[in-house]
Design a protein around this ligand. Structure first.
Ligand SMILES: CC(C)(COP(=O)(O)OP(=O)(O)OC[C@H]1O[C@@H](n2cnc3c(N)ncnc32)[C@H](O)[C@@H]1O)[C@@H](O)C(=O)NCCC(=O)NCCS
Ligand SMILES: Nc1ncnc2c1ncn2[C@@H]1O[C@H](COP(=O)(O)OP(=O)(O)OP(=O)(O)O)[C@@H](O)[C@H]1O
Length: 198
């Protein structure tokens, strides 16, 4: 059993992933893979530096994430270039890890957390996709709070993704994370009981 997990930025994918892991699921985390390919020495980071220049690096050669974020979230064509450089390697590693888990643990639920699952057309990899939903005003509030962003910066990041209402419409399973975490946990318990993932 493999499901895709997505949502908008800061709607609670990591929170739901942790709740599912606590209930026995195995996780593949696309954001973690995206960070791995940006480590010093990785060919993907080298290609990113060739395009964006040395100024997106810290002195120790690590990626200055804030600087690159400021460029790509303000500029759709630069974001497209970054996606074209990074996404093939991220996609390949996601598929490798989910296939490995499935082969090694055929009875376990494997949850693959991909923020840009629909935007990148990766929904075809999964029989079922779960969307973690909160209304947009809650999403903006949590995003500004967590990352210390201004309303304008938070709005830019939201505008770089498919609207959460559209993802909700496309979803096979919707988890509403707008109340407290305990409430979200109860929704997951109910879904697991009804075996909706299989
Ligand atoms: C631009 C970068 C350096 C900014 O780093 P930062 O630490 O500020 O953010 P972080 O990586 O934690 O991402 C936070 C969230 O932003 C959103 N996001 C990130 N990259 C993108 C993108 N290219 N397009 C739209 N949304 C994005 C996702 O919802 C993600 O969960 C980083 O996000 C990056 O390397 N992005 C390219 C790879 C990518 O697309 N990752 C997301 C999907 S796997
Ligand atoms: N049910 C909830 N009630 C209140 N706050 C919450 C709830 N769920 C998550 N949060 C908070 O909202 C913020 C976003 O949650 P989380 O980091 O899980 O989102 P995400 O979708 O994984 O984000 P990203 O797209 O950036 O990876 C965090 O600060 C988290 O602590």
């Amino acid at each position: 059993m493999i499901i895709g997990l997505t949502g908008g930025i800061a709607t609670g994918k990591s929170t739901v992933s942790a709740l599912l892991a606590a209930r026995g699921a195995l996780l593949v985390d696309a954001d973690a893979i995206a960070r791995e390919v940006m480590l010093p020495g990785h060919p993907v980071l080298n290609a990113v530096v060739r395009h964006f220049g040395q100024e997106i690096l810290n002195e120790d050669g690590t990626l200055h994430r804030k600087k690159l974020g400021a460029i790509v979230f303000a500029n759709p064509s630069e974001r497209k270039v970054l996606n074209e450089i990074t996404h093939p390697a991220i996609r390949q590693e996601i598929i490798r890890r989910m296939n490995d888990y499935e082969a090694e643990f055929p009875d376990k639920l494997v949850v693959v957390d991909i923020p840009l699952l629909y935007e990148s057309g990766l929904n075809n990899l999964f029989q079922k996709v779960m969307v973690v939903y909160v209304p947009e005003e809650v999403q903006l509030k949590r995003l500004m709070q967590r990352d210390g962003l201004t309303p304008e910066q938070a709005r830019q990041r939201l505008d770089a993704q498919m609207p959460i209402e559209e993802k909700k419409r496309l979803a096979d399973i919707v988890v509403d994370n707008s109340r407290d975490v305990a409430d979200t946990g109860r929704q997951l318990d109910e879904l697991l009981e009804r075996m909706v993932f299989s």
